[in-house]
Write a protein of this length. Structure first.
Length: 202
Protein backbone atom coordinates (compact mmCIF):
# COMPACT_ATOMS: atom_id res chain seq x y z
CA UNK A 1 0.00 0.00 0.00
CA UNK A 2 2.49 2.57 -1.19
CA UNK A 3 1.38 6.03 -0.03
CA UNK A 4 -0.73 4.79 2.91
CA UNK A 5 -0.90 7.20 5.85
CA UNK A 6 -2.72 7.42 9.17
CA UNK A 7 -2.62 9.40 12.39
CA UNK A 8 -3.56 8.19 15.86
CA UNK A 9 -4.44 10.57 18.69
CA UNK A 10 -5.25 14.28 18.62
CA UNK A 11 -2.46 16.80 19.33
CA UNK A 12 -5.07 19.38 20.37
CA UNK A 13 -6.81 17.19 22.98
CA UNK A 14 -6.56 18.56 26.51
CA UNK A 15 -9.20 16.37 28.13
CA UNK A 16 -10.23 12.74 27.83
CA UNK A 17 -11.64 11.98 24.38
CA UNK A 18 -12.12 8.91 22.21
CA UNK A 19 -8.79 9.62 20.51
CA UNK A 20 -6.90 9.86 23.82
CA UNK A 21 -7.94 6.28 24.65
CA UNK A 22 -5.31 5.05 22.19
CA UNK A 23 -2.41 6.06 24.47
CA UNK A 24 -1.38 5.14 28.03
CA UNK A 25 1.34 6.31 30.42
CA UNK A 26 3.14 4.27 33.07
CA UNK A 27 5.28 5.72 35.88
CA UNK A 28 8.19 3.54 37.03
CA UNK A 29 8.66 4.42 40.68
CA UNK A 30 11.96 2.63 41.29
CA UNK A 31 15.25 3.52 39.62
CA UNK A 32 17.64 3.78 38.05
CA UNK A 33 16.33 4.24 34.52
CA UNK A 34 16.49 1.26 32.13
CA UNK A 35 15.59 1.39 28.40
CA UNK A 36 13.44 -1.76 28.91
CA UNK A 37 12.01 -1.21 32.40
CA UNK A 38 10.54 -4.13 34.32
CA UNK A 39 10.50 -2.50 37.76
CA UNK A 40 7.80 -1.32 40.14
CA UNK A 41 5.19 0.79 38.36
CA UNK A 42 1.97 2.62 39.09
CA UNK A 43 -1.30 1.85 37.31
CA UNK A 44 -1.56 3.09 33.73
CA UNK A 45 -3.09 6.53 33.10
CA UNK A 46 -4.10 8.57 30.05
CA UNK A 47 -2.35 11.66 31.40
CA UNK A 48 1.17 12.53 32.48
CA UNK A 49 1.86 10.85 35.86
CA UNK A 50 1.48 13.33 38.70
CA UNK A 51 4.45 12.09 40.70
CA UNK A 52 8.21 11.67 40.44
CA UNK A 53 9.12 8.71 38.20
CA UNK A 54 12.82 7.89 38.85
CA UNK A 55 12.65 4.77 36.66
CA UNK A 56 11.19 6.70 33.72
CA UNK A 57 7.82 7.26 32.08
CA UNK A 58 6.68 4.79 29.46
CA UNK A 59 4.17 5.89 26.84
CA UNK A 60 2.37 3.41 24.56
CA UNK A 61 0.14 4.33 21.64
CA UNK A 62 -1.84 1.85 19.56
CA UNK A 63 -2.66 2.50 15.90
CA UNK A 64 -6.00 1.52 14.32
CA UNK A 65 -5.88 -1.97 12.82
CA UNK A 66 -8.76 -1.90 10.30
CA UNK A 67 -8.88 -0.17 6.89
CA UNK A 68 -11.75 0.71 4.54
CA UNK A 69 -9.89 -1.02 1.71
CA UNK A 70 -10.20 1.99 -0.61
CA UNK A 71 -8.53 5.17 0.60
CA UNK A 72 -4.79 5.45 1.28
CA UNK A 73 -5.47 8.61 3.30
CA UNK A 74 -8.36 10.88 4.31
CA UNK A 75 -8.75 14.60 5.02
CA UNK A 76 -8.41 14.06 8.78
CA UNK A 77 -5.94 11.16 8.32
CA UNK A 78 -8.17 8.95 10.51
CA UNK A 79 -11.55 8.34 8.82
CA UNK A 80 -10.22 5.64 6.46
CA UNK A 81 -9.12 3.49 9.43
CA UNK A 82 -10.79 2.14 12.57
CA UNK A 83 -9.98 -0.03 15.56
CA UNK A 84 -11.35 -3.54 15.78
CA UNK A 85 -11.09 -5.60 18.96
CA UNK A 86 -13.16 -8.61 17.94
CA UNK A 87 -12.81 -8.38 14.19
CA UNK A 88 -13.12 -5.35 11.93
CA UNK A 89 -16.36 -3.38 11.42
CA UNK A 90 -18.17 -3.67 8.07
CA UNK A 91 -17.20 -0.09 7.21
CA UNK A 92 -13.49 -0.96 7.53
CA UNK A 93 -13.34 -4.68 6.69
CA UNK A 94 -9.62 -5.04 5.88
CA UNK A 95 -7.48 -6.02 8.86
CA UNK A 96 -4.08 -4.31 9.17
CA UNK A 97 -1.02 -5.50 11.11
CA UNK A 98 -1.28 -4.11 14.64
CA UNK A 99 1.25 -1.33 15.29
CA UNK A 100 2.13 -0.13 18.78
CA UNK A 101 4.77 2.49 19.53
CA UNK A 102 6.40 2.25 22.95
CA UNK A 103 8.71 5.00 24.19
CA UNK A 104 10.40 5.22 27.58
CA UNK A 105 11.57 8.67 28.69
CA UNK A 106 14.38 8.98 31.25
CA UNK A 107 12.69 11.23 33.81
CA UNK A 108 14.97 10.07 36.63
CA UNK A 109 17.45 12.78 35.68
CA UNK A 110 15.00 15.35 37.07
CA UNK A 111 15.42 15.45 40.88
CA UNK A 112 12.37 14.92 43.04
CA UNK A 113 13.03 18.36 44.54
CA UNK A 114 12.12 19.89 41.14
CA UNK A 115 8.67 18.32 41.25
CA UNK A 116 5.75 20.71 41.95
CA UNK A 117 4.47 20.44 45.52
CA UNK A 118 0.84 21.02 44.50
CA UNK A 119 0.37 17.53 43.01
CA UNK A 120 0.79 18.67 39.41
CA UNK A 121 3.59 17.59 37.07
CA UNK A 122 6.20 19.62 35.14
CA UNK A 123 6.24 18.09 31.65
CA UNK A 124 4.78 19.54 28.44
CA UNK A 125 4.64 17.98 24.97
CA UNK A 126 6.25 20.04 22.21
CA UNK A 127 2.85 21.03 20.75
CA UNK A 128 1.99 22.79 24.03
CA UNK A 129 0.12 20.00 25.81
CA UNK A 130 0.68 19.89 29.60
CA UNK A 131 -1.97 17.21 30.19
CA UNK A 132 -0.76 14.22 28.16
CA UNK A 133 -4.09 13.78 26.36
CA UNK A 134 -2.57 15.28 23.19
CA UNK A 135 -0.06 12.47 22.64
CA UNK A 136 -0.25 11.30 19.02
CA UNK A 137 1.70 9.51 16.31
CA UNK A 138 1.88 9.56 12.51
CA UNK A 139 2.37 6.54 10.26
CA UNK A 140 3.80 6.92 6.78
CA UNK A 141 4.33 3.75 4.75
CA UNK A 142 8.04 3.20 4.22
CA UNK A 143 8.45 -0.51 3.50
CA UNK A 144 10.43 -1.40 0.37
CA UNK A 145 8.95 -3.71 -2.23
CA UNK A 146 6.86 -6.58 -0.87
CA UNK A 147 8.78 -7.02 2.42
CA UNK A 148 5.78 -6.08 4.58
CA UNK A 149 3.46 -8.40 2.64
CA UNK A 150 5.95 -11.24 3.15
CA UNK A 151 5.91 -10.60 6.89
CA UNK A 152 2.09 -10.58 6.93
CA UNK A 153 1.97 -13.82 4.95
CA UNK A 154 4.35 -15.42 7.49
CA UNK A 155 1.88 -14.46 10.25
CA UNK A 156 4.68 -12.83 12.24
CA UNK A 157 4.18 -12.31 15.97
CA UNK A 158 6.42 -10.16 18.17
CA UNK A 159 10.01 -11.41 17.80
CA UNK A 160 9.13 -14.45 15.69
CA UNK A 161 9.19 -13.71 11.97
CA UNK A 162 10.99 -15.82 9.39
CA UNK A 163 10.25 -13.30 6.65
CA UNK A 164 12.22 -10.46 8.24
CA UNK A 165 15.74 -9.98 9.56
CA UNK A 166 15.57 -9.18 13.28
CA UNK A 167 17.93 -7.21 15.49
CA UNK A 168 18.79 -7.78 19.14
CA UNK A 169 17.27 -5.13 21.43
CA UNK A 170 20.64 -4.31 22.98
CA UNK A 171 21.93 -3.41 19.50
CA UNK A 172 18.85 -1.35 18.68
CA UNK A 173 19.13 0.60 21.94
CA UNK A 174 22.56 1.83 20.84
CA UNK A 175 21.05 3.51 17.79
CA UNK A 176 20.78 7.23 18.51
CA UNK A 177 19.80 10.31 16.54
CA UNK A 178 21.08 13.82 17.01
CA UNK A 179 18.38 16.45 17.72
CA UNK A 180 17.11 18.06 14.53
CA UNK A 181 16.30 21.40 16.16
CA UNK A 182 17.76 23.83 18.66
CA UNK A 183 21.37 24.71 19.37
CA UNK A 184 23.94 21.89 19.69
CA UNK A 185 24.71 20.51 23.15
CA UNK A 186 21.48 21.96 24.53
CA UNK A 187 21.16 21.54 28.30
CA UNK A 188 19.21 23.22 31.05
CA UNK A 189 15.92 25.09 30.77
CA UNK A 190 14.66 26.45 27.45
CA UNK A 191 12.92 29.81 27.07
CA UNK A 192 10.13 28.49 24.85
CA UNK A 193 8.84 25.36 23.12
CA UNK A 194 10.01 24.52 19.57
CA UNK A 195 8.34 26.90 17.12
CA UNK A 196 7.39 29.10 20.12
CA UNK A 197 4.27 27.00 20.69
CA UNK A 198 2.03 28.23 23.50
CA UNK A 199 1.16 25.96 26.42
CA UNK A 200 -2.62 25.47 26.32
CA UNK A 201 -4.80 23.82 28.96
CA UNK A 202 -8.02 23.56 26.96
Amino acid sequence: MQGFRMVVGDPYAREQTFSSAYSIYRCYTDGPFEPNPMGVADSDTQTFPKKHCPGGIRVNIMFPNCWDGINLDSADHTSHVASGYNGCPSTHPVQLPQIMLETVFDTGMFPKSDWPKDGSQPFVWAQGDPTGYGYHADYVFGWKGDSLQKAVDQRCSLGTCEGLTTQDQSVGNKCTKKPSFGPPNLSGWVKHLPGKMKVTYQ
